[in-house]
Design a protein around this ligand. Structure first.
Ligand code: NAP
Length: 469
């Protein structure tokens, strides 16, 4: 085969997943000025942008501005979007090997980690990630129902996802009504009777995973009193030692903010948000009809572990919080992909600097990973830039060394013929631009950034009702 990456024979790359990791991979590839590319971005959903559309909270509109960067990349003539094409269903690894020189998997982390305690599956106990996907209008969650008729909810975990969930529960319907929250979720939250939310961390404020702006924002909620318990946010001996002589300023600031919330009273507000620390859930307690009625927690103390970290040690003292709803927010987890190796323990695809390898550490030529399915579910959107850079550097090295897949049908028309054979009707980027315009237009009269299309049939109907110009 002749050299690949020339204008006669562009390098054909499949990027599976159109979230931040997918688009930063595209961006880094296109920065390789000496190579000509044909990059196909393939997503199982009709709408692009993955976690930016389906994970970022509706009241964090500004964070979504990053879509402008991805939009520019998607409009580049070297890039094509194939929405509604599922890897593992519509196409498999053999298809990618037939049509592409390289494939990068950027599929994120699509499920949740479990707590492993009794009561986790009671009615009213939910993965926070499901609630997030539902209120953001993810098609797979369109028919989920969350019964918000109880007075109190417990959110377990103190990461940024837990903060998002607590904040959405503490916002008034009027605050949410100007966002792009899914219509069904807005209607359900309008009827919510939840007035008290407990956000529960197993370690102390210095170890909380949430970031400073997020915890600051909790203190500024218009209709929720945010409080902490003074004894739980005081600096303990183990943390003091772990922070050392030159403690991280960001951590100190977070502790400061949380101490500022201690004992706060704002009775004029309609909702209560209690941020609690040093408590681990041991049981989700069942009511008479098998529904969540409370969460039993054990109080922890902190100690330095062998690796120098700070760990929670149960004291035996317990506390029970009455609640009709529980959101378990202890992290996302990656899902294995058909035909590819998977590290069950970490929930990621095994790799060396982005090159996928099998259990015996043999590199699978031409196959790469980037984003959460590579490094696990951590970091913010921007963390995907250096992550993608590392993967793309290895990809370019492999192009130069001719370590590539050997596709027998390396053209877009042949790939599209394969999709046609499978009966797949894919969404192009031009289709998405029409859908995007429709969503924005539908939101305009209500003062919302957009009204999201949610169900697959809504996308299909919108496309057939608005033929291309
Ligand atoms: P995360 O940041 O990893 O937080 C997970 C939380 O769960 C931690 O507080 C952890 O406590 C706790 N936890 C784990 N196992 C537990 C157990 N068995 N019992 C009790 N608590 C347990 O995960 P995430 O909140 O899902 O967020 C994922 C990533 O997305 C993060 O990098 C986050 O910053 C990012 N994100 C960012 C934003 C934003 O920028 N606004 C919004 C959403 C998400 P320990 O520390 O004690 O393990």
């Amino acid at each position: 085969m002749g050299r690949r990456g020339t204008s006669e024979r562009p390098l054909r790359v499949a990027v599976i997943g159109s979230g931040p990791a997918g688009f930063y991979t595209v961006q880094r590839l296109l920065q390789s000025k000496d190579l000509a590319f044909e990059i196909d971005v393939i997503d199982r959903l009709p709408a692009p942008f993955g976690l930016v559309r389906y994970g970022v909270a509706p009241d964090h509109e500004k964070i979504k501005n990053v879509i402008a960067v991805y939009d520019r990349l998607a409009r580049d003539p070297r890039v094509r979007f194939y929405g509604g094409v599922e890897f593992g269903a519509t196409i498999r690894l053999g298809d990618l090997a037939r049509h592409y020189d390289q494939a990068v998997f950027c599929t994120g982390a699509q499920t949740d980690r479990r707590l492993g305690i009794p009561g986790e599956d009671l009615a009213g106990s939910h993965a926070a990630t499901d609630f997030v996907a539902w209120y953001n209008g993810h098609p797979d969650y369109a028919d989920r129902r969350f019964d918000l008729a109880c007075d109190a909810a417990v959110v377990i975990g103190v990461g940024n996802v837990a903060v998002d969930v607590a904040r959405i529960l503490c916002r008034t319907p009027d605050e949410l009504a100007t966002t792009d929250i899914a219509d069904d979720a807005l209607a359900a939250l309008r009827g919510s009777r939840v007035r008290s939310v407990h956000l529960v961390g197993r370690r102390g404020p210095a170890q909380a995973a949430f970031t400073r702006p997020e915890v600051e924002e909790l203190g500024e909620l218009p209709d929720a009193e945010t409080s902490t318990v003074a004894a739980e946010v005081a600096l303990d001996e183990a943390t003091h030692r772990a922070l050392g002589a030159t403690p991280d300023k960001g951590t100190l600031r977070k502790i400061d903010i949380l101490q500022g919330y201690a004992g706060r009273r704002e009775p004029e507000k309609g909702r209560r948000l209690a941020i609690r620390f040093l408590l681990s859930p041991v049981e989700i307690v069942s009511g008479p009809r098998g529904e969540v009625s409370a969460v039993r927690l054990v109080r922890n103390r902190l100690e330095i572990d062998a690796a120098g970290g700070v760990r929670a040690v149960p004291t035996g003292e317990t506390e029970t919080l009455a609640a009709g709803l529980v959101f378990r927010s202890v992290g996302y987890r990656g899902v294995a992909l058909c035909d590819l190796p998977f590290d069950e323990r970490r929930g990621t695809i095994p790799h060396e600097q982005g090159r996928i390898h099998d259990a015996e550490r043999r590199v699978l030529t031409g196959l790469y990973v980037a984003g959460w399915i590579k490094r696990g579910p951590n970091g913010v959107i921007g963390t995907n830039k250096p992550d993608a850079t590392e993967t793309v550097e290895r990809m370019i090295e492999d192009v130069l060394a001719d370590r590539l897949l050997q596709p027998s049908a390396p053209t877009r028309s042949e790939f599209e013929a394969t999709l046609g054979d499978r009966g797949a009707r894919f969404v192009t980027y031009a289709d998405w631009q029409r859908l995007d315009a429709l969503e924005i237009e539908a939101g305009r009269s209500e003062g919302r950034p957009r009204r999201k299309l949610v169900r697959h049939e809504e996308f299909r109907r919108a496309l057939s009702d608005s033929p291309p110009r």
